[in-house]
Design a protein around this ligand. Structure first.
Ligand code: NAD
Length: 287
């Protein structure tokens, strides 16, 4: 079997159309459009690419977008001060601070300062808490991208064996919560699973596999169950190329559907970030 490719940009088109319609509705009602501010705490190729994608999608959707370059400052206090200023600014509706952070700056301490109503990444503890309590407002954008990719295959999640490799607060854990809400039989694997030597057994059971580790080749293609849906969130640099966490070619021979890296999850994540901005705008306006 050769898997069908799940390309984010193809799936993004219909969501972008919905976002365009929602933005027109909100503009007619409130007389303005959302404004997103990204604070660049550090400069690296990954975050530069993410910012480029945000800029291009903002232009396409008619959203105003600013980047504040804090990469030379390297001060946690200044970063938090700036976030507090943006929290107070009624003309700013979304705040995003991409990883990685410079050494010496604690991402957890900084990100918690973002007003939950402006948290376009959807990972503030308040927003994660609302998700657990089934009262969600803003959902984690990468996790939503994963769910959308799985849904695009037509595979029904109810009762399915879903295995998630990686349990971070940003990706793995929120994906697990969203999978549980869809009544998938959900297993979360992590470094402990790997070190105990049982990762292969779990991966081999997966009808739907989501991998978010950040280590090139951590999942060999031979581990993939025949016909599985494989969502590879990982972004790694290997021999000058961007690759995922799954060894792509042999995995493609076994899977039913697989995301390429780059071009799978990434292009959809930025669309869901903008969707969160639109939700945040409406929330701040009292909707
Ligand atoms: P993280 O470092 O916060 O978490 C990694 C997780 O993997 C942890 O739960 C850890 O226990 C687990 N892990 C580590 N080594 C393992 C191993 N050998 N076997 C099994 N599990 C192991 O990472 P993160 O922030 O969740 O990001 C993961 C990857 O996803 C990174 O490559 C990141 O760049 C990428 N990412 C991509 C997007 C996107 O839109 N495409 C968005 C966010 C993150």
């Amino acid at each position: 079997m050769t898997a069908k490719l799940l390309e984010g940009k193809n799936i993004a088109a219909s969501i972008k159309k919905e976002l365009g319609d929602e933005l027109s509705r909100l503009e007619a009602k409130f007389g303005s459009r959302p404004h997103l501010v990204t604070i660049q705490a550090a400069k690296d190729q990954g975050s530069e690419l993410y910012l480029k994608a945000q800029k291009s999608l903002s232009d396409e959707l008619g959203i105003s977008f600013d980047v504040l370059d804090f990469s030379a400052e390297r001060s946690e206090g200044r970063l938090i001060q700036e976030i507090n200023k943006l929290n107070q600014d009624k003309n700013v509706h979304g705040i995003f601070v991409p990883m990685p952070f410079p050494v010496g700056i604690d991402a957890e301490r900084v990100l918690v300062e973002i007003d939950p109503k402006k948290d376009v990444e959807g990972i503030h503890p308040d927003n994660l808490g609302l998700l657990v309590a089934n009262k969600e407002k803003i959902l984690p954008c990468t996790a939503m991208a994963c769910m959308q990719l799985v849904d695009s295959t037509g595979v029904k999640l109810y009762g399915k064996e879903v295995v998630i490799v990686g349990a971070s607060k940003v990706v793995g854990s929120p994906v697990a919560l969203l999978m549980l809400k869809r009544f998938a039989t959900t297993t979360v694997c992590h470094i402990g699973t790997y070190e105990r030597g049982v990762l292969r057994d779990h991966v081999n059971r997966a009808e739907v596999l989501v991998v978010a580790v950040g280590k090139a080749g951590v999942i060999p293609g031979e581990w993939i169950r025949e016909g599985a849906v494989v969502i590879d969130v990982g972004i790694n640099r290997l021999n000058g190329k961007i690759v995922g966490d799954v060894v792509f070619e042999p995995a493609r021979e076994r899977a039913g559907f697989i995301t390429p890296v780059p071009g799978g999850v990434g292009p959809l994540t930025v669309v869901f970030l903008m969707k969160n901005l639109v939700t945040a705008f409406a929330w701040q306006k009292g909707e």
